[in-house]
Design a protein around this ligand. Sequence first.
Ligand code: BES
Ligand code: MN
Ligand code: ZN
Length: 497
Amino acid sequence: MDIRVDHGAIQDSGADTLIVNLFQGVGEPTGATAAVDEALGGAIGDLIAQGDFRGKTGEVAVLYPRGELAAKRVLLVGLGERERFGTEAVRRAAAAAAARARELSASHLATIVHGGGAGGLSPASAAQATVEGSLLALYRYRASKQVTEEPNEIASLTVVEFDQERLAEVESGARAAEAIAAGVMLARDLVNMPPNVATPGKLAEVATELARDHDLRLFVGDRDWAAEQKMGTFLAVAKGAEEPPAFIVLEHNPERSENGTVVLVGKGITFDTGGISLKPSAKMEEMKCDMAGAAAVLGAMKAIARLGLPHHVVAIAPCTENMPDGRSYHPADVITASNGKTVEIISTDAEGRLVLADALVYAGRYAPKVVIDLATLTGSCIVALGQGMAAGLFSNDDALRDALCAAGETTRERVWPLPLWEEYTEEIESRVADLKNSGGRQGGVATSAVFLQAFTDYPWAHLDIAGMALSDKANSYTPAGGTGYGVRLLAEWLRGL
Ligand code: BES
Ligand code: MN
Ligand code: ZN
């Protein structure tokens, strides 16, 4: 979909569908909505007066101009209560309008900037949220179905701004939204792909395309390379996989070090059967989402490159399947990570922390200012925080933790702090190795985090995204399936760095 920004009055737009808005409880429209109401001979005023439109967030009414406007239809969308208004309400309103427009087979949309006027948001963040909500809501995964009819696609969205002085900011907000949404959609695509398609090789191919399109530096390490690097924990997981593993490293601004280096690490288990500690077959298909961390860091790199952020950012994605096989690693194996630490395997299903261990050690080579890892690491995190509520956040740096929490609120990709208490490490003490890869049943989200901590010696945050990667129901601007969680969070945090 083409995103345009135009200076002018929305009622003069040549688009087939106009989108205006209203706060809940407003008796009389103002601004652009009032101008459209006038062109409609007071039809919006009538809707309000009859109590047929309340202005709840995402509520949509369709009005027909009958020749008063060039447009075929006007969508009036609710912004909800003024007291609870923010960028989330804007994204939800824009999403509802865009989705309805698509149902109505619209082609060209024109929208005002939701919340830029009476809402009190800055023109840039209001425009960003308006475009982000629209683009993300219209996302569709190109499923492997034999379709007989092509579904309607919206060709363009024009953001119309009346005030010349706000135009530049609206333009920059809209462009930022395009960059970020492109990253989110890439991450969603990768999670939505079946695991026989989204193999480690496929993720490396996608990284190759990103490097080519956005001038990033790429390195992909194979099994032999990982062996030379003595990546014993990564390789142990890959042992049972016929599919070749890939250790992906993508760099934005590799020559730039004046702002310090940020490393993003994403768990890339392209399918997690549990290995010899085999998972039950019920819902095992959901384990195609076990590379959502890798998808998020690749998506974030796309957004970061398109935004032209000034930092040196490195994405690392250790990718492999976790399979049961004659060559698989076993419970009771003792393996050695690339920093020399030895690990006793208790469960081959606690594989995420193993591939991350070697990746976190590798991250240390950059003398990073900050490392953030994202991983669908534990079911225990979902037990603690709920499905789709928030990622579990662990950090050894208070300022980093606070900044990520703030970015989580702004983007509504929420994170919630959990403790890295030293006592948790007792749960992963081994009699035969430096560590074991699984603690007791209780506190599994935290014992996995202190396991990872043993492989870090820099400011670090770990995000357990197990409950956030996949959604079984559609929600406002997030269709069912891969959510792309983490891309908007990382982009927001990096823009504020
Ligand atoms: N990939 C899973 C965690 C997961 C669960 C992701 C649900 C998404 C949704 C991870 O590798 C795993 O199997 N974790 C185990 C750890 C245990 C064996 C210590 C778990 O959480 O049960
Ligand atoms: Mn597992
Ligand atoms: Zn896993």
